[in-house]
Design a protein around this ligand. Structure first.
Ligand code: AMP
Length: 217
């Protein structure tokens, strides 16, 4: 099963991605997580990516495409994968199609978690993440058991710099300008599936499973 997960920032992609990957036993490839990992290790790639991420801008296509292609060449991706946060631009989508085509493969679906703009700012500004294990929370919809502490590992739970309200607005604008054309790209190719992301987390997941089927692909 080869899936691309689409949706605005704050659509709940990360949460659904984890559930999908568990259900279908495929690796979860989040470009945001990969960048954050490089940033925390202060690698040259991390230092370069941080400049764009802190400004709420996209990292360059070239850097991002190379990073993803390297990851997709690893052994665990032979059985499939879920890409979360990639592609973000039509250039990235075309590069991915080409990369797969060269291996005689193709995506099974581009799954869009659809959430209207009004919902997003409330969702994102309440989002908190554990810097240690990556678990994610929401102060209103999914709070940790003890305020500010991760349920999984007990470390501090904080707000990502790019979840702050002013950065969120920039990211939404970028989504609108650059990522939304992807929806058309996959629609034209008849590869787009849409799920309503305003529902409860479990209901969204149930709808996704209905769309993806039994997992035999
Ligand atoms: P995310 O966790 O997916 O929201 O990603 C956090 C940030 O990483 C984004 O705001 C971008 O600056 C950068 N990023 C993640 N994925 C990509 C991508 N496919 N292309 C360019 N920049 C990306």
């Amino acid at each position: 099963m080869k899936i691309v997960l689409l949706g605005p920032p704050g659509a709940g992609k990360g949460t659904q991605a984890k559930s999908i990957c568990n259900r279908f036993s495929i690796p979860h490839i989040s470009t945001g997580d990969i960048f954050r990992n490089h940033i925390s290790k202060r690698t040259p790639l991390g230092i370069e990516a941080k400049k764009s991420i802190d400004r709420g801008e996209l990292v360059s296509d070239e850097l991002t495409i190379n990073l993803v292609e390297e990851r997709l060449m690893q052994e665990d991706c032979k059985i499939g994968f879920l890409l979360d946060g990639f592609p973000r631009t039509v250039i990235q989508a075309k590069a991915l199609d080409e990369f797969l085509e060269n291996k005689g493969e193709k995506l099974d679906t581009a799954l869009l978690i659809d959430v209207p703009k009004d919902f997003i700012i409330e969702r994102m500004s309440g989002r908190r993440v554990c810097l240690s294990c990556g678990a994610s929370y929401h102060i209103k919809f999914n709070p940790p058991n003890y305020e500010g502490k991760c349920d999984v590992c007990g470390s501090d739970v904080t707000q990502r710099k790019d979840d702050k309200e002013e950065t969120v607005k920039d990211r939404l604008q970028i989504y609108h300008d650059q990522t939304q054309p992807l929806i058309n790209y996959y629609k034209v190719k008849e590869m787009l599936s849409i799920v309503d992301g305003t529902q409860a987390i479990n209901d969204v997941f149930k709808n996704i499973c209905d769309i993806l089927g039994s997992g035999n692909k």
